[in-house]
Design a protein around this ligand. Structure first.
Ligand SMILES: NC(=O)c1ccc[n+]([C@@H]2O[C@H](COP(=O)([O-])OP(=O)(O)OC[C@H]3O[C@@H](n4cnc5c(N)ncnc54)[C@H](OP(=O)(O)O)[C@@H]3O)[C@@H](O)[C@H]2O)c1
Length: 282
């Protein structure tokens, strides 16, 4: 890929960003599609967030991804945010156009598309989300927008109650709140479980958010943790005969949605998956 004066700039802003898989994922697309674009990892401290957005406007950046800890605080520096981002209250994608900055959130849609990609539909299904952090919030709103009945269970109960109230207010939908210490009867009628906590993530790969004894083969299990690719939760689910979906699909689909927003292209999902998987240690 030749970098020249015509090369268009994109990147991810966060702090830290050195472990981000987004550069390898997006640059694999530009190489495959022969696009004169480059995607950078930009370490931005919170005091420099506003000036970074201004600098990206001045340098004619096409777009940015936004990661921890800037997903919420970036909003005040944007000219407008899309519906999902406004509902969720967080932005993971910024598009620059004519000196203006527009915010979007592709995490929720990325999760739902990853499920669909593995043949799991959630319309009129009962979905249990584990977690109430940034990713869980995006997934909860999107699942409801897609027509699912949603239950949420989180270690810190106040955060789920807050999320339930917010969903009730914004979408006029009821969410079922469950204690984090789940029991067999809590899972009755549940079709899909999505782990959106960081439990099971490297280096604590022996941890799981759910006792395997609670699962049965009629439940599909997704873990959005992608390092390791097969978490303990997914291993347990696989042994029981559940359909098991890893976090790489969500990562790639949220990235593909960002590419659609920035460049209007249909992203090559399999190329992106391969690029990402190649960077995750065994
Ligand atoms: N595949 C993808 O595309 C994708 C996208 C985004 C995030 N992720 C992954 O999703 C995970 C969550 O990310 P996030 O941005 O939502 O993080 P976050 O906002 O920090 O939320 C973390 C969540 O995990 C829970 N948690 C953490 N440690 C716990 C423990 N020891 N016991 C019980 N609960 C625990 C937290 O519960 P409390 O509220 O009680 O603290 C909270 O619900 C991370 O592993 C991240 O890498 C994947």
């Amino acid at each position: 890929m030749e970098i020249n004066s015509e090369t268009q700039l994109l990147g991810v802003i966060g702090h830290p960003v050195e472990h981000s898989l987004s550069p390898v994922m997006h640059n694999s697309v530009f190489e495959k599609l022969n696009l004169n674009c480059v995607y950078l990892a930009l370490d931005v401290e919170k005091e420099k967030l506003g000036t970074t957005i201004d600098a990206c406007k001045a340098l004619n950046f096409i777009g940015l991804n936004v990661t921890i800890p800037h997903k919420i605080s970036v909003i005040k520096f944007l000219n407008k945010v899309g519906r999902e981002a406004e509902l969720i209250g967080a932005v993971n994608t910024v598009k620059f156009e004519k000196g203006r900055a527009f915010g979007f959130n592709t995490d929720g849609i990325g999760c739902v598309k990853a499920l669909k990609g593995d043949g799991i539909r959630i319309k009129n299904k009962c979905v249990l989300i584990l977690g109430a952090g940034g990713a869980a919030r995006a997934i909860a709103f999107q699942c409801i927008l897609e027509g699912a009945d949603v239950s949420i269970s989180n270690r810190t109960m106040e955060k789920v109650v807050e999320l339930k109230d917010e969903i009730g207010l914004k979408l006029k939908k009821e969410v079922n709140v469950l204690n984090f210490n789940l029991k067999k009867h809590d899972l009755e009628g549940i079709d899909v479980i999505i782990n959106a906590t960081s439990i099971g993530m490297h280096p604590k790969t022996n941890s799981t958010p759910l006792d395997a004894g609670l699962l049965n083969q009629d439940i599909a299990v997704m873990d959005i943790v992608y390092n390791p690719i097969e978490t303990k939760l997914l291993k347990d689910a696989g042994k029981i005969g559940c359909k098991a979906v890893n976090g790489v699909g969500m990562l790639v689909h949220q990235g593909a949605e960002s590419l659609r927003i920035w460049l209007g292209i249909k992203a090559p999902i399999e190329i992106m998956k391969k690029a990402v998987i190649g960077k995750i240690p065994d």
